[in-house]
Design a protein around this ligand. Structure first.
Ligand code: NAD
Length: 365
């Protein structure tokens, strides 16, 4: 569930937590290592709260609080819609990740804090943290996923995420055109990093006419050379005629400036929070006749990969569990059409219904 425009209500943390329905917010500091971390547990109805730790130079502490509240709530919805027995959580470490050279002390100290939550929160990688940081955390706690393969972890989740995005795209295509065949479709992948690269691989194999755009010349050249994809300048993305737009770089690319220019039938990509304003831009896409595959559903492969790691990792199982995305996306498109609501609102509704149903059975025990 995305929201790019949140603020603390009247500057108050408790009021905001109540409004956003969070369970717990944990502040962690350590003078020796300089650690300043915040763990947010949004909802544990379905299981322990799982979500990555973001290491970011927030300008103000309020920015870090709002980010961790927003991201942890998003994880509740992502887990619920993907049929996982996980709740939503997330953590932020405040600071400059790139400037931290000796990472072991800080991440082990942080691991002790995570361990203190006794399994209510399970951490993983996010922006600014890596599998090697997870190794340090793992020295202090079992409540960590996204570990390297040699420690029983799932390794790089991007191929699993890309597979989910590909299936979500096929489902949207089936819904919008009656067939999920991507052969001959003009598909623009914006951002050919870890996920975008793997997505291009699937699309090329299916015979799609793939176009790519990226700020990195090096990535563009490499991906164009490997797959024969057409390169589109970053300033030309929204002037390009395409069947499917796949945002795989940044959030909020669907906004007041771009939405009227977009010339596509379907939007399906990996980036989080693609709609600048969920309600406003979601509605505008309906008016424009564009089928939007909700980002947090179709990019859930990375989370599914972490979940499978908790069970005992197996890549085949992670990929097969990710296949739920095709049918779930179809269900969302149908619920949205039936109730005349945006696909994002329909996804939220389906996720909330699952949480409510399980909360009810828990209450009866
Ligand atoms: P990445 O950093 O590997 O790749 C991002 C790519 O986007 C890079 O090649 C970068 O050069 C490019 N880029 C940055 N700004 C751009 C711009 N303005 N225009 C065009 N290209 C631009 O990241 P990733 O792991 O591939 O993730 C891509 C997106 O998917 C992110 O938004 C991420 O949050 C989301 N996501 C990733 C995963 C995962 O498993 N990696 C899971 C869920 C969601």
């Amino acid at each position: 569930m995305s929201n790019n425009t949140l603020q603390l209500t009247n500057g108050e943390v408790f009021t905001t937590m109540r409004e956003m329905e969070h369970e717990q917010l944990v502040f962690c500091t350590d003078n020796n290592t300089g650690l300043k971390a915040i763990v947010a547990i949004h909802n544990t109805t379905l299981g322990p709260a799982l979500g990555g730790t973001r290491f970011w130079s927030y300008q103000q502490e309020d920015d870090a609080i709002i980010d961790v509240l927003r991201l942890s709530r998003g994880m509740t919805y992502k887990a619920a819609i993907s049929g996982l027995n996980l709740g939503g959580g997330k953590a932020v470490i405040i600071g400059d990740s790139k400037a931290l050279t000796n990472r072991e002390p800080l991440f082990r100290r942080y691991g002790k804090f995570v361990n203190g939550l006794a399994g209510r929160y399970i951490t993983a990688e996010d922006v600014g943290t890596s599998t090697s940081d997870m190794e340090f955390i793992n020295m202090e706690t079992d409540h960590v996923a996204g570990k390297p393969e040699y420690l029983g972890g799932g390794g790089d989740p991007s191929p699993v995420t890309a597979y989910g995005v590909y299936l979500g795209m096929k489902s949207a295509t089936k819904y919008a055109t009656g067939s999920d065949n991507l052969s001959g479709k003009r598909i623009l992948v914006q951002g050919v990093g870890h996920v975008g690269y793997n997505l291009v691989k699937h699309l090329t194999k299916d015979g799609a006419k793939v176009m790519i755009s990226d700020i990195s010349e090096e990535r563009l050249k490499a991906v164009a050379a490997e797959f024969g994809a057409e390169i589109i300048g970053t300033d030309k993305v929204f002037d390009t005629q395409m069947d499917i737009y796949a945002p795989c770089a940044l959030g909020a690319t669907i906004n007041d400036d771009t939405i009227n220019k977009l010339s596509c039938q379907i939007i399906a990509g990996a980036a989080n929070n693609q709609l600048k304003d969920e309600a406003v831009h979601g509605k505008r896409l309906i008016e424009r006749g564009i089928t939007y595959a909700p980002d947090y559903l179709i990019n859930a492969g990375g989370l599914i990969n972490c979940y499978v790691e908790l069970e005992g990792y197996n890549r085949e199982r992670a990929l097969s569990k990710t296949e739920i995305i095709y049918d779930r996306a179809m269900e969302i498109f149908q619920v949205a059409a039936k109730n005349n609501i945006t696909t994002q609102a329909a996804a939220n509704q389906v996720a909330e219904e699952r949480i409510r149903a399980i909360a009810n059975i828990n209450a009866r025990l």
